[in-house]
Design a protein around this ligand. Structure first.
Ligand code: ADP
Ligand code: GLC
Length: 490
């Protein structure tokens, strides 16, 4: 099967969140599963720099009159062992040659021409499914998030409903980011006029890339089964729950996995002290090193609660701020690595200045520090309001760092709460709370302390979590089964 994966980010070349981790791990896993997968990416500087031996395979014109060149080459940084990942990259400096964040400028403002930047990506996918590269033609397009969501619409528009449509899968990593643009930009998309309607990509008078993906994809997936159900409700549907209920027959959840080449405490290149479930001595050494590095009091006994996160509304961090005394008053420590919302950054920085022995805050994006935090902490907190999947709780599980999470989305699918029954049947892996309230969060923190002080139970729960595979082979198998069924469908 010739599959074209389309995304805006790919680890390790360009990452703003979990999307990149998944976009970087899925292709090698699919190659290992026997799938002929290639990736399509915008030519952001970091992507261009990672493309080895590029050759030009062709070009196409944009609706606004520019030419976009399509390059082809290998991505050594994304490849694994014998599985070389090949990529098509859009060379269009006017659109993509901007440093830093792929979506916004240095003042955190979305670029005004984002509709053009990501419409070009959608059209490139359609061209690659219709022979732009004479040597390789995609049989199915797999688009990720709103940035790639125009691809299914472009495929639908290609022969205007005449002839067989190349099938597509659209994966929602986050329904909250929709790619909504003013209607006067519609001509720039190059789509037929009737598509700008309630049954197309029109959304309350505006253009919605997300809605284009949801409407025109052959099949929609989410990154966890629970999120696939939640987004069909008004509470979590971000205004698109009606459409999602209409498409329920073509909507399913495939749980994300963890890339063992990147996230494995026995081999992690970012760690001084390696460990695994049978030999945990290295974990204590990582904790002491982390406390030292962060200026926290070096104490083996103080439970170290961590957060590694984008600082946004989604992630529920006001709960952590409101319940801070619950951790600090009991002699625990809090370490936060996060960037985003300025008010949240200031609040965490303020608390850290007031009590540096117990609270540490680092802003900015630091991949290596993130690894050291998962390895050296005791508890990773993900108290999200909503969470399509969430990766940090899975990284925590792999690194023997118990997740404290809210029962929502992928968090509900990946963490089993600790109670007498789950301790007894050895399924407990963390602490899960239900309501998005400070009371429930505080109660969860108190339960984490209680478990921490029961050393034998703590270590059993930790071992159960560390033994969960979250392997990509299983997830890749689910995607290939889906691709097969869509390619074979009449
Ligand atoms: P989301 O995609 O919503 O941000 P995920 O939990 O799926 O949430 O993925 C977040 C990814 O980004 C993880 O790989 C996490 O380690 C990483 N991450 C988040 N914030 C930072 C940061 N400030 N520095 C380094 N890595 C971060
Ligand atoms: C999104 C979601 C997150 C998910 C990630 C990767 O950014 O917010 O929950 O884990 O995508 O699928």
């Amino acid at each position: 099967m010739r599959i074209l994966q389309v995304s805006a980010e790919i680890f390790p070349l360009l990452k703003t969140g979990g999307l990149a981790d998944i976009a970087g791990a899925l292709p090698p896993a699919l190659l290992a599963a026997g799938c002929d997968i290639r990736v399509l990416l915008p030519g952001f500087p970091a992507v261009m720099a990672g493309l080895k031996d590029p050759v030009r395979v062709g070009a196409f014109g944009t609706p606004w009159g520019d030419q976009v060149e399509v390059l082809f080459g290998a991505l050594p940084a994304v490849s694994q062992g014998a599985h070389t990942v090949f990529a098509y990259v859009l060379s269009a400096p006017a659109l993509y040659n901007r440093p830093g964040n792929p979506y916004e400028d240095a003042h955190k403002q979305a670029y005004a021409d984002n509709h053009r930047r990501f419409a070009a990506l959608g059209w490139a996918a359609a061209h690659l499914a219709h022979g732009l590269d004479r040597l390789w033609r995609a049989q199915l397009v797999h688009a990720h998030d709103w940035h790639a969501a125009l691809a299914p619409a472009c495929l639908a528009a290609w022969n205007d409903g005449r002839g067989a449509r190349v099938p597509s899968v659209f994966t929602i990593h986050n329904l909250a980011y929709q790619g909504v643009f003013w209607p006067q930009n519609f001509p720039d998309l190059g789509l037929p006029g009737p598509m700008f309607s309630m049954h197309g990509l029109e959304y309350y008078g505006q253009i919605s890339f997300m809605k284009a993906g949801l409407t025109y994809a052959s099949h929609i997936t989410t990154v966890s089964p629970t999120y696939a159900r939640e987004i069909q409700t008004p509470e979590q549907g971000c205004g698109l729950d009606g459409l999602l209920r209409d498409r329920a027959g073509s909507l399913s959840g495939i749980l994300n996995a963890v890339d063992d080449h990147v996230w494995n405490p026995a081999k992690d290149v970012h760690l001084k002290h390696h460990f695994d479930v049978r030999n945990m001595a290295g974990k204590a050494l990582n904790k002491a090193a982390l406390q030292t590095e962060m200026g926290l009091a070096v104490s083996a006994d103080a439970p170290l609660f961590a957060v590694v996160s984008r600082l946004t509304e989604q992630k529920g961090l006001p709960l952590v701020l409101a319940g801070l005394d619950e951790i600090i008053g009991r002699g625990g420590q809090l370490l936060v690595l996060g960037n985003g919302d300025t008010a949240l950054e200031q609040a965490f920085a303020h608390h850290a200045r007031g009590n540096p022995a117990q609270i540490a805050f680092r802003t900015g994006y630091d991949e290596s520090l993130a690894h050291r935090i998962f390895a050296g902490s005791d508890i990773i907190q993900v108290p999200s309001r909503f969470e399509p999947c969430g990766l940090t709780q899975m990284y925590g599980l792999k690194y023997g760092t118990l997740p404290l999470v809210r029962r929502v989305g992928g968090l509900a699918d990946t963490v089993t709460d600790t109670d007498l029954e789950t301790l007894d049947n050895q399924s407990a892996t963390g602490i899960v709370f239900n309501e998005f309230t400070v009371e429930d969060y505080r109660h969860a923190v108190r339960r984490a302390f209680a478990l921490y002080h029961r050393r034998s139970d703590w270590s059993h729960v930790r071992q159960t979590g560390m033994r969960i595979a979250f392997d990509w082979a299983t997830a890749a198998q689910r995607y290939t089964t889906l691709y097969e069924s869509l390619i074979q469908a009449p």
